[in-house]
Design a protein around this ligand. Structure first.
Ligand SMILES: NC(=O)c1ccc[n+]([C@@H]2O[C@H](COP(=O)([O-])OP(=O)(O)OC[C@H]3O[C@@H](n4cnc5c(N)ncnc54)[C@H](OP(=O)(O)O)[C@@H]3O)[C@@H](O)[C@H]2O)c1
Length: 232
């Protein structure tokens, strides 16, 4: 039953992660929210929503988080690896520390989080992993977005890797790939008005739908446009 399912969401304090948390909470999911500075959302019932300290750069944090979620709820049915960073540098001006920083949060941490929750996801019988990719994980739009693209192409590949690895365990993975979404991240990159960007609540609705699909209706990649794209 959907009411019994438990989802972990990283970066759930603001932006897309906050919208996902509210949407899944409204849909009856029990939630474990990972945040660098944990604060229970004002809409949340503490019996159904847990907030934990989670810094994607803290190796081992994912093990404590999944253990806390299992201790409170006894199961994990979905992991939404949403926390991410964008360093707007091209692949020539950037140095290794820029690339390392993005790979650490956008790729390595989601992989560790999925691995930490793996057995619980398998026990669910319909475990789900959502990786927040990006259209920048599908095409390289500009020089300024190119280093970010390197990390997001890897994030999309990670979702496919999880999908292959988890298939026989009933685990399904999706790379969700939006263009501009009206959050702090996009606002720092473009002067485009919020109304011309995808609303985070629409990303949340899409993810709720993806999580509800049965094992036999798996979606590997879901791309979302706020403007005309050549493809995707
Ligand atoms: N907005 C867009 O246009 C867009 C488009 C495509 C894909 N995405 C992807 O969607 C995801 C969410 O983006 P957003 O737009 O909501 O970004 P945002 O508004 O900048 O929020 C980023 C979230 O990630 C968290 N975070 C960053 N570094 C972290 C770390 N080391 N450990 C734990 N949490 C960390 C932030 O927490 P703090 O509050 O503690 O910083 C915040 O909750 C990202 O993966 C992003 O790459 C965004």
């Amino acid at each position: 039953m959907a009411e019994e399912r438990v989802a972990l969401i990283s970066g759930a304090n603001r932006g897309i992660g906050e919208a996902i948390a509210r949407c899944l909470g409204d849909a009856g999911w029990r939630l474990s929210l990972g945040m660098r500075e944990p604060q229970l959302p004002d809409w949340a019932d503490p019996d159904r929503v847990q907030v934990v300290v989670y810094d994607a750069n803290d190796i081992g944090a994912e093990v404590e988080w999944t253990a806390d979620a299992l201790a409170k709820f006894g199961r994990i049915d979905a992991i939404i690896a949403n926390a991410g960073i964008m360093i707007p540098k091209n692949v020539i001006e950037a140095d290794d520390s820029d690339l390392d920083a993005m790979l650490a949060v956008n790729v390595k941490a989601p992989r560790r989080l999925a691995a930490a929750g793996w057995d619980a996801l398998a026990n669910s019988g319909r475990g789900r992993v959502i990786i927040l990719g990006s259209l920048s994980g599908k095409r390289v739009k500009s020089a300024a977005a190119s280093l970010y693209s390197v990390s997001k192409f890897a994030a999309v590949a990670l979702a496919h890797g999880i999908r292959h690895t988890g298939w026989d365990l009933g685990i399904r993975a999706t790379a969700v790939c939006p263009g501009f979404v009206a959050t702090d991240m996009a606002r720092s990159l473009t002067s485009r008005e919020d109304r011309l960007m995808t609303d985070p609540t629409d990303i949340a609705r899409i993810i709720a739908m993806l999580l509800d699909l049965p094992n036999e209706a798996s979606v590997a990649e879901f791309t979302i446009n706020c403007q005309l794209e050549e493809s995707y």
